[in-house]
Design a protein around this ligand. Structure first.
Ligand SMILES: [Zn+2]
Length: 120
């Protein structure tokens, strides 16, 4: 039996759906990260090349007393991008940029509550 794997991105048809492509460069990711940065008040027009890594994005809040909350927001953003990818591939549904941002904010709030970073 011979299985042929199509490794292209099913959302934007980029030839290779790598981790970097999925989480930083694909259409929704490259639009969502600037919204997240804007929400948090970071003065960056676009995500910078040296920020496009887990280490780089987490470093934005290094030394801040909001560092743990930022880690949750970053985790929530990755999780939301992954779920949106799967929704597209397996259900054929597209989650809009606006709804993706709302989902990140909702998950971040819930996870910050669970981590007792904020009180209800
Ligand atoms: Zn893509």
């Amino acid at each position: 039996m011979h299985l042929q794997m199509d490794s292209s991105c099913l959302r934007c048809h980029y030839p290779s759906e790598t981790v970097d492509h999925l989480f930083w460069d694909c259409t929704i990711a490259s639009s969502l990260w600037p919204k997240i940065l804007e929400w948090w008040g970071f003065i960056l027009q676009d995500i910078q090349p040296n920020t496009k890594s887990l280490k780089g994005i987490l470093a934005l809040a290094r030394g801040s007393n909001l560092r743990q909350a930022w880690e949750i927001v970053v985790s929530s953003t990755f999780w939301t991008l992954w779920l949106a990818r799967n929704e597209h591939i397996f259900k054929g549904t597209e989650i809009s940029l606006e709804n993706s941002l709302l989902l990140v904010q909702l998950r971040s709030f819930q996870w910050c509550l669970a981590a007792e970073l904020i009180k209800s």
